[in-house]
Design a binder for this molecule. Structure first.
Ligand code: UDP
Length: 160
């Protein structure tokens, strides 16, 4: 029963991903969503929004003492963002790997940052870096009752 409970938990793991203002302006929304959708992950929440300064400061609170903090908040406020919640087995770790390294220069081809951007300060997408961050970020960006639980008819072709 414990093993079953763990598996069930993992298939329902969630992560927070956000296409940053440069990703939206550069018309990468479809391309980025396509990658997670084709991988087999399930989209359970999405909104195009202009984030407030307060929300962004809270989102990046752990970086408040970094020299680039205010520039980062300004960048994230410079246009609309696509905020999303994706679900699936090991989605936090796997989505983070699909995104690439924080610095696009260190990101391998095939990752989102390896394929679509050049500089760390214009790196097109955010992804939660741990299960705890994912929980915190999802509750910050979404009302949990606005997330949509739905049965994906391909699930039995994706999971054993
Ligand atoms: N960032 C930046 N300059 C730096 C390091 C980070 O502008 O030298 C920005 C970049 O947009 C990055 C974000 O700050 O995605 C958050 O940094 P973090 O170290 O948390 O990396 P992430 O978890 O986003 O990969």
């Amino acid at each position: 029963l414990t093993v079953f409970a763990n598996i069930f938990q993992s298939i329902n793991e969630r992560t927070f991903l956000a296409i940053k203002p440069d990703g939206v302006q550069r018309h990468l929304i479809g391309e980025i969503i396509r990658r997670f959708e084709k991988k087999g992950f399930k989209l359970v929440g999405m909104k195009l929004m202009q984030a407030s300064e307060d929300l962004l400061k809270e989102h990046y609170i752990a970086l408040r003492d970094c020299p680039f903090y205010s520039h980062l908040v300004e960048y994230m406020r410079s246009g609309p963002i696509v905020a999303m919640v994706w679900q699936g087995l090991d989605v936090v770790k796997t989505a983070y790997a699909m995104i690439g390294e924080t610095n696009p220069a260190d990101s391998r081809p095939g990752t989102i940052q390896g394929d679509f951007c050049i500089e760390v300060s214009k790196n097109v997408i955010h992804g939660s870096d741990s299960i705890e961050s994912a929980r915190r970020e999802i509750s910050l960006w979404f009302h949990t009752d606005k997330l949509t639980c739905w049965a994906d008819s391909t699930e039995h072709w994706i999971y054993e």
